[in-house]
Design a protein around this ligand. Sequence first.
Ligand SMILES: Cc1cc2nc3c(=O)[nH]c(=O)nc-3n(C[C@H](O)[C@H](O)[C@H](O)COP(=O)(O)O)c2cc1C
Length: 184
Amino acid sequence: MVVAGVAAVAISSVGGLTVWLGAGGVSMAFDSKRQRRILGRFATGVTVVTTDGPAGPHGMTANAFASLSLDPPLVLVAVDRRASMLEHLKGNGCFAVNILRDDQEPLSFRFATPGPKSFVDLDVSTAVTGSPILPHTLAYLDCRVHEILPGGDHAIFVGEILDGDERGGDPLLYFGGNYRRLVD
Ligand SMILES: Cc1cc2nc3c(=O)[nH]c(=O)nc-3n(C[C@H](O)[C@H](O)[C@H](O)COP(=O)(O)O)c2cc1C
């Protein structure tokens, strides 16, 4: 078989999908630094995912967030298996996604620090699930965990949207490993 002009050799089947390798037949894991560099060219917004339960409130800055489905209404967030957020989400079964405004870089920095997070100085509210909703954000979604899917070194939390709202303002962006802002 010829794939993109080079002879390719099928070596294995992963979950029913045939994996084709170059003629050399050498399996090459894609370089993670290169992956980060390339995906750093994909501009995203910045969210703080929050949850609350018996262990208390927890939050984590996340940009691996996406809309997934309208019917049913689903979003997804990919959580590093090493993040303490993982067990909080599994235990609580719910989360809020707080979409940050362009002046909320300090909040992003704060929730990107590993370990327990203090919410005492934040004027948080709650909606349906009890997950903390941060003040003055661009928008929020309040979700129940619908499904947890495997995603390599991350777990994919699919959330069913139960509530949400949006307000005015501009987004905080993340691009090339740096925070950025919209320029008209
Ligand atoms: C802009 C930005 C985006 C991030 N996106 C994610 C993400 O999508 N998923 C993730 O697991 N970690 C992400 N992180 C890293 C976590 O915020 C960080 O590991 C955090 O310390 C985890 O906290 P915890 O271990 O206390 O839960 C991101 C960090 C930054 C600065």
